[in-house]
Design a protein around this ligand. Structure first.
Ligand SMILES: Nc1nc2c(ncn2[C@@H]2O[C@H](COP(=O)(O)OP(=O)(O)OP(=O)(O)O)[C@@H](O)[C@H]2O)c(=O)[nH]1
Length: 402
């Protein structure tokens, strides 16, 4: 299954919520129309002109994601220019094992049918884009966690381009998807890789957001891409967090530096820098605590880690990744605000987009903060992290099947 199908599969909660809402909106004030559709759409009817052919099996070659272009846009000002070529991580490989396609027969019109342009009338419900309809659409976007400002802006755009026109559910979906895609396009930026070694990636976020899992997934994918990685288990206050990181380190085949419970994370970060330098590591990923209950302490802790790292390399940390949990919905917005005050956040990773009806929050985040979204998590497995693709995301969110 290609990653896009997997994403669509897993974002089903968001898309089904939006789909149901759109169907209700169109049904409410829409009118049925008869349109001529190609005859294949009425395949259920036995027809001598329709032949049954087996569906094509997927390619035997596993799908490979296009390597995202590296960008300088997100690099810290003091950081060296990112490498131009193989740099970019494909921190996130899209290789998927090929699955057997079911032998499902599909129908297509015969040559004669096609030559004759054979069509059949089908009923489509369309609703006129008017103020009521736009209001319903705006409400639906708000309840889908896209945020009030974003919903208003998208509605205004749809009004400007489609007011007075009649649209079916599929047509609205396509308009919405291109609006969402347009908002997301500028923030779809892969994690930049710098020639500086070690590149220090500080990972921040509240407890349970998925920091450890994301570090493990990134470490594994960077290692697979030939990069040498070291991990520092900077949440020294939670033994369980350290253990979990060690498990991920083992899975990824990457050393994990730990320190005794309750010890100073900054001192661990310093030791980790020393080891990463000595090992000639390309990347050092530092996990941090996420206790927001005591914001002042956390702020001091993060500031101290940064101070100490800078003693070794004054351009570090080169990336400060904020990991957000999609299931928290609108709360993700306040987490960004908080962490921007605590640390110099350079980019986002959104986890747990699988199985949540709150995937729309990513649109609100992009619209409000314009922070780069480097990757998204759609599961707990090592390969369930993908580069952020705005078009695929928009289609998956809105429930466009192709
Ligand atoms: N479904 C799903 N679960 C995820 C994803 N990312 C992380 N998780 C799960 O979320 C839970 C918390 O993840 P952690 O990586 O431990 O989160 P953390 O931010 O390191 O949390 P602390 O260790 O408490 O600081 C774990 O059960 C993970 O398996 C994802 O993309 N999808």
């Amino acid at each position: 299954m290609a990653f896009f199908s997997k994403l669509k599969d897993r974002l089903f909660k968001s898309s089904s919520k939006l789909e149901e809402g759109l169907e209700a909106i169109v049904d409410e004030g829409g009118e049925e129309e008869q349109v001529e559709a190609p005859v294949e759409e009425v395949a259920a009817q036995p027809d001598a002109a329709i032949e049954t052919v087996p569906e094509a099996k997927p390619d035997v070659v596993p799908e490979q994601a296009e390597e995202p272009a590296p960008t300088t846009a997100t690099g810290p000002e003091t950081a060296p220019e990112p490498e131009v070529a193989p740099a970019a991580p494909n921190p996130v490989s899209n290789q998927e094992p090929v699955e057997e396609a079911p032998e499902k027969p599909v129908t297509k019109p015969s040559l004669i049918g096609r030559m004759l342009g054979r069509t059949s009338p089908v009923t489509v419900t369309r609703r006129t884009v008017d103020d009521d309809m736009l209001e319903d659409l705006e409400d639906l976007m708000i309840t889908s966690d896209m945020g009030v400002d974003t919903a208003m802006r998208v509605t205004a755009n749809i009004s400007a381009s489609h007011f007075g026109k009649k649209l079916s559910v599929d047509e609205i979906k396509s308009v919405l998807a291109s609006e969402v895609s347009r908002i997301m396009e500028p923030v779809a930026v892969p994690l930049p890789i710098y020639p500086k070694r070690p590149q220090v990636v500080l990972v921040v976020g509240v407890n349970g957001a998925g920091k450890t899992t994301t570090i493990g997934k990134l470490a594994s994918q960077f290692t697979a891409a030939g990069k040498k990685v070291v991990i520092a288990a900077g949440d020294t206050f939670r033994a369980a967090a350290v253990e979990q990181l060690q498990i991920w380190g083992e899975r990824a085949g990457v050393p994990v530096l730990t320190a005794p419970e309750g010890s100073d994370p900054a001192s661990l970060a310093f030791d980790a820098m020393t080891k990463a330098e000595a090992d000639g590591a390309d990347l050092l990923m530092i996990d941090t605590a996420g206790r927001l209950q005591n914001r002042a302490d956390l702020m001091e802790e993060l500031a101290k880690i940064v101070r100490v790292i800078k003693k070794k390399d004054d351009t570090a940390p080169h990336n400060t990744l904020l990991v957000l949990d999609a299931t928290t919905g609108q709360n993700a917005l306040s987490q960004v605000e908080t962490f921007q005050k605590l640390a110099d956040v350079s980019g986002l990773v959104m986890t747990k987009l699988d199985g949540t009806a709150k995937g729309g929050v990513l649109v609100a985040l992009a619209d409000k903060f314009a922070l780069p979204i480097h990757a998204i998590g759609v599961g707990e497995q090592i390969d369930d992290l993908a580069p952020f693709d705005p078009e695929d995301f928009a289609k998956a969110l809105i429930g466009i099947r192709s």
